[in-house]
Design a binder for this molecule. Structure first.
Ligand code: NAP
Length: 261
């Protein structure tokens, strides 16, 4: 992932950047000081010099990095404090500057990020590509192939469950490629152990997806994929019985899971 770190030379920036590099991210580190470019290079990333309070400089720096994510680690808190500053820290120059970095600089970074986003070419995923992605997705999930599954998922995808209190499901939305992939694989394994579920690939409401059936052929759930830009951006799991009824007889998921215990 392309990540822009504003404040790469700070205490947090210096700790964060090597972790991102080790993860395989493509990082650009911003500093206000030309003399600190070598420090950024030593962290293993490309430096860009810009004053965070200068919107044009920030726009240029961010545009050169074309990041998917911007990290804000800017402060002016590391300078020396006088006794007067200590008595009234809220009035100290470093506090005023830090407030500006947290408000104005944030606005500049956001505007620069949005400009990059608007310039990014968008490509439609054809119906055929969507179906191919979905087939690979369900195959990888069923086989428990974490690496193959992660490859198909957008970094920031979301997994949502909908049991409405009437069927067991994930309580909260799960964010992020790695967590979603692990949850899906664990969920399908648990479902296979519980009820010998079978999966049938199908288009659901015009979107690629799959239906899950228990041993008696009753529908136990539906999974719908949200595909954009050649990747899976979202997964919805529907197990609420009222939403499945139009598909035929509905399995009692709770009872099935209880039977296995
Ligand atoms: N350090 C901690 O223990 C700690 C704990 C909790 C939370 N935090 C939070 O983590 C964030 C980062 O803190 P930190 O301790 O890493 O800060 P820091 O060590 O003081 O570093 C500040 C960074 O901001 C950059 N910067 C300041 N003014 C700038 C400007 N006008 N234009 C461009 N860059 C500018 C500095 O870049 P150059 O000097 O290279 O120009 C430096 O990279 C802050 O939000 C802080 O509140 C820190």
């Amino acid at each position: 992932m392309k990540i822009f770190v504003a404040g790469a030379t700070g205490v947090l920036g210096r700790a964060l950047v090597p972790l991102l590099v080790a993860r395989g991210d493509e990082v650009v580190g911003m500093t206000r000081s030309p003399s600190k470019q070598d420090l950024v290079r030593d962290l293993g990333v490309r430096p860009v010099v810009a004053d965070a309070l200068d919107p044009d400089a920030v726009a240029q720096a961010v545009a050169s990095a074309e990041p998917e994510v911007i990290v804000h680690e800017l402060t002016a808190l590391s300078g020396k404090m006088s006794v007067r500053d200590m008595r009234h820290p809220e009035r100290a120059a470093m506090a005023t500057m830090t407030n500006r970095l947290r408000t104005e600089a944030t606005d500049h970074l956001l505007a620069a990020g949005r400009a990059v986003e608007e310039r990014r070419p968008r490509f439609e995923t054809s119906h055929e590509q969507q179906e191919q992605l979905a087939t690979r997705f369900f195959a990888a999930a069923e086989e428990g192939d974490l690496e193959a599954l992660e490859e198909l998922l957008a970094h920031e995808l979301v997994l949502r469950g909908d049991g409405g209190g009437k069927a067991p499901t994930i309580a909260r939305a799960i964010h992020g490629r790695a967590r979603v992939a692990r949850t899906l694989i664990a969920g399908l394994r648990a479902a296979a152990r519980a009820g010998g579920f079978t999966l049938r690939r199908e288009e659901v409401n015009g979107q690629p997806g799959a239906l899950f059936f228990d041993r008696e052929g009753r529908v136990a759930g539906v999974m719908i994929l949200d595909v954009a830009g050649g990747q899976i951006q979202g997964v919805s799991s529907i197990v609420h019985p009222d939403k499945l009824r139009h598909l035929g007889p509905v399995a009692d998921l709770r009872a099935l899971l209880r039977e296995r215990r």
